[in-house]
Design a protein around this ligand. Structure first.
Ligand code: GLN
Length: 493
């Protein structure tokens, strides 16, 4: 890896390695673009990780980056190829949200995150595949076909940001962007053996991101290691006046914690969550990770209690569909999006358009959400779920007064076979058992590789204090310095 420093030998490198190679003139961003473009296009035949490629726009971004580097600019990610989930608007490039509804949707404006990536000189290679409107845990609900897990093509990559996780795992691009409403960055990161971070709610702008559940949605990075993750979060974080929910909290240097290590770090394990439905091999890897932290000086507390944490799953599956049903009301077949033109009146056009262009899971969510919000049921469902959300929030705050971070496995199992859960929505929803709570309470959480079972990766989740991303990335950095789980790749690169 990276010894001879040519674009061919280093094509699968991390962003930091590419940046060093650009600086030493081993190759330029334009050289890298050509190779990466060829690689991800050919990988797509098996993986289906991309819905569209940026081609000319990416080439000219790469040429521009090559000039910027020549003229001595030193932004960490200038010229680095990146993939963006097809839920973020890209001006002049199709943004489908994984749905037939937006098959021909061409945004006129970039989302703030995409604008920031472009300003920082990153080269957006294409838009990645996802479950329709980000609803799903397996990528089986995309209108653009199944994404395959690079570790085993018969298995799911996780979801909903499955394409973003799969291409980083397959060493297609070193970085990608996903969104996480209930686990959609961390869960596929775990199942594909890469790193993924859901920032604190409000840390990253949601402007120009197709909305799923607005009180839960966050945009975040995928990478191979903590160093690249810190660099990418540095680019996308910060207040945005175009998103009223984005925070004014100052953005720290996300590498400022890199020399802290684990000495004296207080780690909490919510034992309530680890009782049932978790694979033994996942628990084994999780325990190994805890020993690793302990050996490096961390103080483990297995008695922290978040009694209501188990309610996070039912709470989520009321709140998220409710917000989704409101957000998706705008797709009426009239203003924009797919339109069934043969209706005799507005109602028929709307009903036919929505009936034809939404897939089964999206319809299920709209029905659950509309029901939960309807007069007579609102108090019993939506309002009750909001109240339980407040209880969970209080319990998390109490727990995080006692410890610095809360650790869980990221997912109860490793990547499952395509088709094995598609007919059982409840079983599918249980994938999110460990990831949902952080969205419910708005806290930052990341997943980093911590082992393998039968050749399939396992992820470790760390949940942090509000706006404590630097701490989490620092812990991951320390863990990655002590272990090498994050270095394995399905392509042996
Ligand atoms: N799997 C969860 C769901 O289906 C989470 C999705 C997400 O985070 N976007 O809603």
């Amino acid at each position: 890896m990276g010894v001879s420093m040519t674009v061919d030998s280093d094509i699968g490198s991390t962003a930091a390695q590419h940046a060093a190679n650009f600086r030493s003139n081993a190759y330029t961003p334009t050289d890298l673009f050509e190779k990466v473009n060829a690689k991800i296009t050919s990988q797509n035949e098996n993986l289906n990780a991309f819905i569209s490629f940026a081609d000319e726009a990416a080439l000219s971004a790469a040429e521009n980056a090559t000039q910027r580097i020549k003229s001595g600019e030193n932004g960490a990610l200038i010229g680095i190829p990146i993939a963006v989930k097809d839920l973020l608007n890209t001006a002049g490039q199709r943004t489908t949200a994984g749905s037939k509804m937006l098959e021909h949707f061409m945004p006129v404006q970039d989302s703030t995150v995409v604008q920031k990536l472009k300003d920082a000189g990153l080269v957006i290679m294409g838009k990645t595949n996802l479950d329709e409107f980000a609803m799903g845990s397996s990528n089986e609900y995309s209108a653009y076909g199944q994404v395959h897990n690079p570790w085993d093509l018969s298995r799911v990559p996780g979801g909903s940001s499955g394409g973003s996780a799969a291409t980083v795992a397959a060493r297609g691009v070193p970085l990608s962007i996903g969104t996480d409403t209930g686990g959609s960055i961390r869960q596929p990161a775990a199942l594909c053996g890469v790193m993924g971070l859901k920032p604190t709610y409000g840390r990253v702008s949601r402007f120009g991101v197709v909305a799923f559940a607005s009180s839960l949605d966050q945009v975040g990075p995928f990478s191979r290691d903590a160093n690249d993750m810190a660099d990418l979060l540095q680019v996308i974080a910060g207040h945005d006046e175009k998103d009223s929910t984005s925070s004014h909290e100052p953005v720290p240097n996300f590498k400022s914690t890199f020399d802290h290590g684990f000495d004296g770090v207080k780690i909490g394990i919510p034992s309530e969550l680890l009782q049932e439905g978790v694979d033994d091999t996942v628990l084994e890897s999780f325990e190994h990770a805890i020993h690793e932290f302990e050996a490096s000086g961390a103080i483990i507390n297995r008695d922290i209690s978040i009694p209501s944490i188990k309610a996070a799953l039912p709470v989520y599956y009321l709140l998220a569909p409710s917000e989704a049903s409101a957000n998706l009301a705008r797709y009426d077949g009239v203003k924009y999006g797919f339109s069934a033109l043969d209706g005799r009146n507005a109602e028929e056009v709307m009903s036919a358009s929505r009936g034809m262009a939404f897939g089964p899971e999206v319809k299920r969510r709209i029905m659950i959400g509309t029901y939960a919000l309807s007069a007579g049921y609102y108090d019993a469902y939506y309002l009750k779920a909001q109240k339980v959300r407040t209880v969970i929030q209080k319990e998390f705050n109490t727990a995080l007064n006692e410890v610095d971070t809360i650790l869980t496995p990221t997912t109860p199992t490793t990547a499952f076979e395509i088709g094995s859960k598609i007919n059982n929505p409840i079983e599918m929803y249980l994938n999110d058992l460990f990831t949902l709570p952080a969205n419910i309470v708005g806290l930052p959480a990341l997943s980093t590789p911590c082992g393998f079972s039968d050749g399939l990766p396992i992820g470790l989740q760390m949940i942090g204090k509000a706006f404590g991303e630097a701490d989490l990335i620092g812990y991951a950095h320390a863990y990655q310095s002590a272990t090498n789980w994050h270095e394995f790749s399905p392509t042996n690169e």
